[in-house]
Ligand binder design. Structure first.
Ligand code: ADP
Length: 236
């Protein structure tokens, strides 16, 4: 049973649950392309992202990548461990794209020689600036040991997910992970879904990301349904 709402973000609401060390994430249909832009609604997006996230968390767990996932009591809700979040977004990149390609003058779509792991401080006021490992430790956001674990889990999750999506004709360009602490261990939190992943559809050659999806809501509903089918098959 949901209790007090403790957070409403761009894509999810967070509620306290009856258990002190658990929370309920409710997935919304809203999507925001970029900082300062208006939210639009993609019908059914929240439900699909909840299903996909739950599936991917369970899948990663089978490879010993611990996540906050506990249960999925309804189509829009996920029960999770209440983590002490580390205020860093970890972006794992396999292909040069978007801002990163622009910033470093790398050709859009270039396959990287090896994956790149980047860190961004979650601070909307400052437009989530890029931050390095020394900053993270020096500012007290995480210890060196925690960062090592975050890097290891990010890199392993990338290898597993890249393969998982490849088998479903989706090329994983890049994706974002968030981490938090629970019982002195590091867990993956938040969500893993088309909200946080950027793909190229290998059947159509088209890029699929949050920005593109938010620009054409009708097309987005179809793309979401198609991706859901491909990722979950007959699971839903
Ligand atoms: P944002 O707040 O960045 O717009 P969301 O709409 O996705 O993002 O809101 C979810 C919020 O919940 C994020 O701030 C995220 O850091 C936080 N969060 C995700 N998982 C957990 C968890 N297991 N425990 C506590 N906080 C979490």
């Amino acid at each position: 049973m949901k209790k007090t709402k403790i957070h409403e973000g761009n894509s999810k609401k967070l509620y306290e649950s009856e258990k002190e060390n658990e929370l309920i994430q409710e997935f919304k249909d809203d999507v925001i392309a970029g900082a300062g832009e208006k939210a639009v609604k993609i019908k059914g997006k929240g439900i699909i992202n909840n299903q996909i996230s739950a599936h991917l968390f369970k899948f990663l767990d089978s490879y010993n990548i611990p996540s906050h996932f506990i249960d999925q009591p309804s189509s829009r809700e996920m029960v999770v461990k209440k983590l002490k979040m580390i205020p860093i977004e970890v972006i794992i990149r396999n292909v040069a794209s978007g801002e990163m390609a622009k910033k470093f003058g790398i050709e859009e779509g270039k396959e990287l020689e090896c994956p790149i792991i980047e860190y961004y401080l979650k601070d909307e006021e400052r437009q989530d600036p890029m931050i390095n490992e020394d900053h993270i430790v020096a500012f007290g956001h995480a210890t060196t040991e925690e960062l090592k674990e975050i890097h290891r889990l990010s890199s392993k999750a990338n290898a597993i997910l890249k393969d998982f999506f490849r088998r479903r004709d989706l090329k994983l360009i890049d994706f974002t992970l968030e981490f938090g602490r629970y019982d002195r261990r590091i867990y993956v939190g938040d969500e893993i879904s088309p909200e946080t992943c950027r793909f190229v559809d290998l059947q159509t050659g088209k890029k699929i990301d949050r920005y593109i999806l938010s620009k054409d809501v009708k097309a987005a509903e179809e793309i979401y349904t198609e991706i859901k089918e491909r990722i979950l098959g007959g699971l839903m």
